[in-house]
Design a protein around this ligand. Structure first.
Ligand SMILES: *Cc1c(COP(=O)(O)O)cnc(C)c1O
Length: 421
């Protein structure tokens, strides 16, 4: 099946007389004929749902679809993108361990890695993803367990050189984890470039309609966990009568452990209704990403041509710093998010924002409806102009998430914003 077809048909395949739409199994638990069968579920020797903190039939269909779209062997849905990033690390790191991450990753992930995980004894070193392999290598230590990056960074819009990152990770015997939220598997499939684990905030394009917060972890099944660095995956887990993940689950060792051990203990599993809503978004993901990308390309070109705009960050523009990487990793389009700065600074950015009629002023991106955010007035409000520049955000910077409206209506809206300056 082509990926457009997979969006509609993977995961849920109704049989004769069954509902066309994915059913919402709103049940906490599942009945079995024998005590012995339930005992086998607890020993992980039989298949089946036990309790909706660990798995649920509606969520399972969506997990299967996401795994298929990314070309992985299995996926685990979570209650948020933050929960997915957290699980991806905790599944292989414990107190005393270390990992490396690109410094341009989403701000919420930076906070999780730099501040909160630090309190649990897991240390993260941030690197400039544009550095050479030799420079990246300097961040690695004997206790390093993973390398983490973002395909298309939010909001820097830096494109990750996935092959380079994969080479450095594998040279050090650790997996490459890639946050593929902004690209989605429609525009880039990181496993094809050497990534081992993919995480998503499904809140963004996968849902696409701003109706559910969710995340996913996807396993490529390709990483060798028996190389001596990951004893928890290849030595017995006493909480399951001594089962060894790599022996019992083979290429699904990582994703099975994440579910039966971490999801069991942390309980950040999404409700069936959220998975149902996410599935509706996934059905149209391929057509939406095409339109988001082509609209954003035109909007970026329009803004770049305005004398009132200082600069535009969009890897689809020929002059962009990441254009060459975008041509390699994002040949089908560069997704829907643009950041740009108006020349007049903070005041003109506010005038621009307040003159828009169509675009919603919201703390969200990747919605079907066009939306804008002025970081200096919202997410980075507490910073002075000087501090903003140090954080890579100019006072006039605007993050524009281009929606699915007709491009002429979007451009007219942007023009009315520029006219107000
Ligand atoms: C939003 C976002 C997250 C966090 O996801 P939530 O669903 O908001 O928890 C992680 N990574 C990226 C790239 C994001 O844009």
């Amino acid at each position: 099946m082509h990926i457009e077809t997979q969006c509609l048909h993977e995961g849920y395949k109704p049989g004769n007389g069954q509902p066309r739409a994915l059913p919402i199994y709103q049940s906490t638990t599942y009945t079995y004929d024998s005590t012995e069968h339930i005992g086998q579920l607890f020993d992980l020797t039989a298949d089946g749902h036990m309790y909706s903190r660990i798995s649920n039939p509606t969520v399972a269909c969506v997990e299967e679809k996401i795994a298929a779209l990314e070309g992985g062997v299995g996926a685990l849905c979570t209650t948020s993108g933050q929960a997915a990033s957290l699980l991806s690390i905790l599944n292989i790191c414990r107190a005393g361990d270390h990992f490396v991450a690109a410094s341009t990753i989403y701000g919420g992930t930076v906070n999780l890695f730099a501040v909160t995980l630090q309190k649990f004894g897991i240390e993260c070193t941030f690197v400039n993803a544009d550095d050479s392999e030799e420079d990246l290598q300097k961040a690695f230590r004997p206790n390093t367990k993973a390398l983490f990056g973002e395909t298309l960074a939010n909001p820097a819009l830096a494109v990750l050189d996935i092959e380079k990152f994969a080479r450095v990770a594998h040279k050090n015997g650790v997996p490459l984890i890639v946050d593929n939220t902004f690209a989605t598997p429609i525009l880039c499939r990181p496993f094809e470039w050497g990534a081992d684990i993919v995480v998503h905030s499904t809140t963004k394009y996968m849902d696409g309609h701003a109706v559910q917060v969710g995340g996913a972890v996807v396993d490529s099944g390709k990483f060798d966990w028996t190389n001596g660095k990951f004893p928890e995956l290849c030595t017995p887990d006493e909480s399951y009568h001594g089962i060894t993940y790599t022996e019992s689950f083979g290429e699904k060792a990582y994703i099975t452990k994440a579910r039966v051990q971490l999801m069991r203990d942390f309980g950040m599993y999404p409700p069936a209704l959220s998975a149902f809503l996410l599935n509706l978004g996934l059905e149209t993901l391929a057509v939406r990403m095409e339109r988001h990308s082509s609209n954003a390309q035109k909007a970026a070109e329009f803004l770049a041509g305005s004398g009132k705009v200082e600069f535009v960050n969009y890897p689809g523009l020929p002059g962009d710093k990441y254009h060459a990487l975008a041509r390699k990793y994002l040949p089908g389009g560069c997704s829907g998010v643009i950041s740009f700065s108006v020349k007049g600074g903070r005041q003109d950015a506010v005038r621009f924002m307040d003159s828009l009629h169509l675009a919603n002023n919201v703390v969200h991106v990747a919605d079907a409806c066009t939306c804008v955010l002025h970081p200096a007035s919202a997410t980075h409000r507490q910073l002075t102009d000087q501090q903003l520049v140090a954080a890579g955000i100019t006072p006039g910077l605007i993050r524009l998430s281009v929606g699915l409206e007709h491009i002429d209506d979007i451009l007219e809206d942007l023009q009315s914003g520029l006219d107000a300056i």
